[in-house]
Design a protein around this ligand. Structure first.
Ligand SMILES: Nc1ncnc2c1ncn2[C@@H]1O[C@H](COP(=O)(O)OP(=O)(O)OP(=O)(O)O)[C@@H](O)[C@H]1O
Length: 770
């Protein structure tokens, strides 16, 4: 079963539609008085800016008037905002009456609503998550006559909105593939009645392209029934947005269907480029842009280095406890939290672990039965269970006020995605926390996300997006500023709302430590008792040694020799420690050229300090910019892990070969890593190749075949026998095996089983790893 959580992005295409008879009043039968409003080819729309508007009841008159004002044969299209006669005071009355709010949440919200009700421009609105974007189109929808159409990406999201509107006694409907025939008929009857009771109609972008919707939209447009079109999550329009949906690209069609309606596009995450794309693709006219900064002042952001935490689960549990507060007399907690995991298994594991550690938690993912999902969501929403451990399929449309923390156990796929997911915290504007647990090998998670998208180029694009997240994690600057910069905004540092501002030294230390230890968790273990605040105790001079290579398999304590090395200030280790120390001390005082130089020095440190027993071949090689031995070691570990599984599975019935597993795997992993390194043109292509290779080996394992990496070793072995060479750092499996057990290895080579149990005879061919 797939771990990929995009199942919720169900294509809502026409093929899924239930049968429905043709609309009773197709476009051709449009009534005469609205004849001029048929979509007109090449007709220019004149948008007037005058503030005087006719009364609502005079809408038809206005239409006539605009006809009378026309020059030539073609009458100008009517202007919907002019047909409404909304007064400023109506807006405040509606805000209170329909939505129960005494005022607007922000000036942006207020100004955007006023533009749509009183002005005559389309609008692009960027408000942070929880900023109240829905109101920006829902309120005008209550003031405009007729119907407003809202495009929303998910049926689940639409259903949430419908429920919330229903609770406010506002009639909103949706036409989607999940409706029964009767439900669909009832909605269509109302929409084709000519005086629909429905005020807001929600549709998915896929639905917009169906003939049924096109016909309906034309029919309603011809009767002046559609005045407002809102596109929610508008960043999905742009390939540069983090959630690009190809069907959003076709929404330009709407402009042709309802040329005179006002368009409003809303999003919480859009760079300048995305904003431009949205305005262009949606053919928005004379667009007013309402942008707030993306910064949410009530959110505290920090990053924790998962690889160097002694007990990451407990760390998370302590964080959750601190955030959700006390159990109240009514049996619910003061606050709630979300832990985002990438894999379903992780959701389950974390939920069990947190519960065991005293934080009641439930998993939530697409693999659960619908009734379980509903129950879990209700338990969480109503406060019976304080923490939900979920994949990213959970959250869109979740509007729970007291979410006091959002923790990412796996990395989000982009910074824009992170902003949106973490933004589910503190929707009531109260202080809340957003924490990201970072692991240096995290990019490998990206491979799992890309399961269905095997093309190298796509992997590269995903990795590039993903790198925005790793850059965020590996920085020491203000987190808010870093995110804002990503969205093209120039903000001041927050000073108080992130670890970068409140505890920069600590962040730098943790990063240093992570850099030095690579993927070696065990080495930096700090006291278990105090592990939630582990780094308060952390002293780089004691714990900051580097250990790479086999990381996880190594003892927790540094060797005596290593301690001596640190204490006496000798050897490479001390050199690096001192370098880092110097760097930290000098950081604040450096001039720009000095900073540049320091950066270069820092870069150079990427290539030194590897352990003597590193399994990497040529670990100091600087050929690939920015790719040092630490990342290579982590990748080596990954290759080794999947080659090991492959070896074990393949030789399960050949004990004499199984006994050689360790040595063969190490040699194959070293050679394979070096081969990929040698072929890489950049750090990113190296990572992409590792990801691909891992995938390929796993597939081979599933097919009960021996990985190609081992077959190459066999070939080398044969070659080595014919022409033995002393190869410096390189040790072939053949060399190692023959030095340990010469005779048995010869036997093994002779009796090598076929490379595929399914297909015993596999022809030797040119081997290519990448
Ligand atoms: N003027 C207001 N006064 C008080 N509360 C408001 C106001 N406007 C919106 N809200 C509330 O703010 C919360 C968030 O609103 P909404 O769901 O529209 O946010 P959003 O910007 O669409 O968020 P997201 O990007 O996460 O979807 C809701 O609970 C809503 O009722």
């Amino acid at each position: 079963m797939s771990d990929f959580e995009d199942e919720d992005y169900v294509a809502d295409g026409e093929e899924n539609l239930l049968p429905w008879e043709d609309p009773p009043n197709p476009f051709d039968d449009s009534p005469d008085e609205c004849e001029e409003q048929k979509p007109q080819k090449k007709k220019k729309v004149q948008v007037k800016t005058t503030k005087s508007q006719p009364t609502k009841s005079k809408a038809a008159k206005t239409t006539k008037k605009s006809k009378a004002n026309t020059q030539g044969d073609e009458p100008p299209p009517p202007m919907p905002s002019k047909a409404t006669n909304i007064k400023e005071e109506d807006i405040y009355v509606a805000l209170k009456e329909h939505f129960g709010h005494p005022g607007f949440r922000s000036s942006i919200q207020e100004n955007a609503v006023k533009e749509l009700c009183l002005g005559d421009r389309d609008a692009f609105v960027l408000l942070p998550t929880g900023g109240g974007k829905s109101l920006i189109y829902q309120l005008p929808a209550m003031l405009y006559p007729g119907i407003s159409i809202v495009i929303s990406p998910l049926i689940a999201l639409i259903q949430d909105q419908l429920q919330s509107l229903l609770a406010k006694d506002i009639r909103a409907e949706s036409i989607n593939s999940k409706l029964s025939t009767e439900e669909r008929k009832a909605i269509m009857d109302d929409l084709y009645s000519g005086a629909p009771k429905t005020r807001i109609l929600y549709v998915t972008p896929e639905q917009v392209q169906t003939q049924r919707f096109i016909k309906l939209a034309r029919w309603m447009n011809a009767r002046c029934l559609i005045h407002l079109v809102a596109i929610d999550e508008a960043h999905c329009v742009s390939q540069w947005g983090h959630d690009f949906r190809p069907d959003y690209l076709k929404l330009g069609l709407l402009r042709e269907l309802v040329p005179n309606a006002r368009f409003v596009a809303c999003t919480a995450t859009a760079t300048k480029k995305v904003e431009e794309d949205v305005i262009r693709i949606l053919k928005m006219k004379n667009c007013a842009v309402f942008r707030t900064g993306i910064t949410r002042e009530n959110l505290y952001y920090d990053v924790k280095m998962k690889d160097i935490l002694p007990n990451p689960h407990r760390h998370l549990a302590n964080f959750a406890k601190e955030c959700i507060g006390k159990l109240q007399p009514n049996g619910s907690y003061e606050g709630a939290g979300i832990v985002y995991c990438f894999r379903r298994d992780d959701c389950e594991e974390i939920a069990v672990s947190l519960t065991r550690l005293g934080v009641e938690s439930e998993p939530y993912h697409a693999g659960l039965k619908p009734e379980t999902r509903t129950r879990v969501q209700e338990d969480w929403t109503e406060g019976r269970v304080p923490v939900i451990c979920a994949t990213i399929s959970f959250g869109m449309g979740v509007d729970k006020e007291n979410v006091r923390f959002v923790a990412h156990w796996s990395l989000p796929k982009s910074l824009a995605g992170y902003l949106q997911e973490s933004g589910r915290a503190g929707r009531d504007n109260k202080p809340s926390k957003c924490r990201l647990y970072y692991s240096q090998t995290a990019f490998l998670e990206e491979e799992r996300r890309g399961k269905r998208r095997t093309e190298q180029k796509k992997i590269m694009i995903q990795l590039r997006q993903f790198e925005s997240v790793t850059k965020y994690c590996e920085g020491t600057d203000c987190r808010h500023k870093t995110m804002a910069k990503f969205f093209g905004e120039n903000t001041d540092i927050c000073k108080t709302n992130c670890d970068g501002c409140t505890n920069k030294t600590q962040v730098a230390r943790e990063l240093d430590c992570m850099g030095k230890v690579g993927s070696c968790k065990t080495y930096t273990k700090i006291s278990e008792e105090d592990d939630n605040d582990a780094f308060a105790e952390y002293n780089p001079d004691i714990y900051g040694g580097r250990r790479g290579g086999y990381g996880f398999e190594r003892p927790d304590e540094p060797s005596e020799a290593f301690k001596d090395e640190v204490e006496n200030g000798t050897g490479t280790t001390s050199l690096i420690l001192n370098e880092f120390k110097k760097r930290r001390a000098a950081q604040a005082k450096l001039s720009i050229p000095e900073q540049k130089k320091a950066k270069e020095d820092e870069k150079a440190l990427l290539y030194v300090g590897f352990p003597d027993d590193t399994p990497l071949i040529d670990p100091a090689n600087q050929r690939v910019n920015g790719l040092g031995w630490r990342v290579r070691s982590a990748c080596y570990d990954t290759l080794k892990e999947c080659l090991e599984t492959n070896h074990v599975n393949f030789y399960i019935e050949t004990p004499e070969k199984a006994a050689l597993c360790d040595i063969e795997v190490r040699v194959a992993a070293s050679n394979l890593e070096k081969f990929i390194f040698d072929s890489a043109r950049s750090k990113i292509s190296y990572k992409a190749a590792i990801v691909n290779k891992r995938k390929e080996i796993m597939l081979t394992t599933e097919n009960f075949e021996l990985a190609e990496a081992f077959r190459l070793e066999q070939k080398k072995e044969v070659k080595a026998k014919a022409c033995p060479v002393a190869s410096g750092m390189f040790q072939s499996a053949a060399n190692l095996i023959s030095s340990s057990d010469d005779e048995s290895s010869k036997e093994d080579i002779k009796d090598q089983p076929s490379t595929s149990k399914a297909a015993p005879l596999v022809k030797a061919r040119t081997l290519s790893f990448v």
